[in-house]
Write a protein that binds this ligand. Structure first.
Ligand SMILES: [Zn+2]
Length: 161
């Protein structure tokens, strides 16, 4: 016989074989070293699985423990504490948010105001101090305006059939 017992060994370990099948397996195991090794491997795997199963096995009073913890959570003392904490935390976070945003807004407004003042100062300085430059600016603006009008006209001509 050249066939091995890969398929039957786990059934042999689980004691699921008929009497004559069991006798065949035992007879083969006595003569076949590779199936003996396989049997030992399967047994060690089963041991590992069984021991890990025992480790995660739930205690007998699990249901009682769960019910007890649920009862604890629903007790009025904890509920009262929870409801008291929610508005306090909300007010606290709102206060922090208001403080942060108002500080940022004040800084932004301050910076914007400074920038505007500087720009107005610069503009007035150039307009009063350098009439040549302001004249150039007006000419430059007019050129840009004409160019914009011209390109708009071309755009309208190309889009309309
Ligand atoms: Zn074998």
């Amino acid at each position: 016989m050249t066939y091995h017992l890969e398929d039957q060994l786990s059934a042999y370990i689980d004691d699921e074989l008929e009497d004559h099948e069991r006798q065949q397996v035992e007879a083969h195991l006595e003569s076949c070293e590779s199936c003996q090794v396989l049997l030992e491997d399967l047994l060690s795997i089963q041991n590992v699985v069984m021991s890990s199963y025992e480790q995660v096995q739930a205690p007998d009073n699990l249901e009682a423990l769960v019910l007890q913890s649920m009862g604890m959570e629903q007790s009025p003392v904890v509920a009262e504490k929870g409801w008291f904490l929610i508005p306090v935390l909300a007010l606290l976070s709102l206060g922090i948010l208001w403080f942060v945003t108002s500080t940022v807004l004040v800084n932004l407004l301050h910076g914007f105001l400074k920038l505007t003042i500087a720009l107005v100062y610069l503009a007035s300085h150039y307009i009063t101090g350098l009439p040549m430059l302001s004249g150039l600016t007006v000419v430059f603006s007019l050129v840009i305006l004409i160019l914009a009008a011209y390109s708009l006209k071309r755009l309208l001509q190309t889009t309309t059939p």
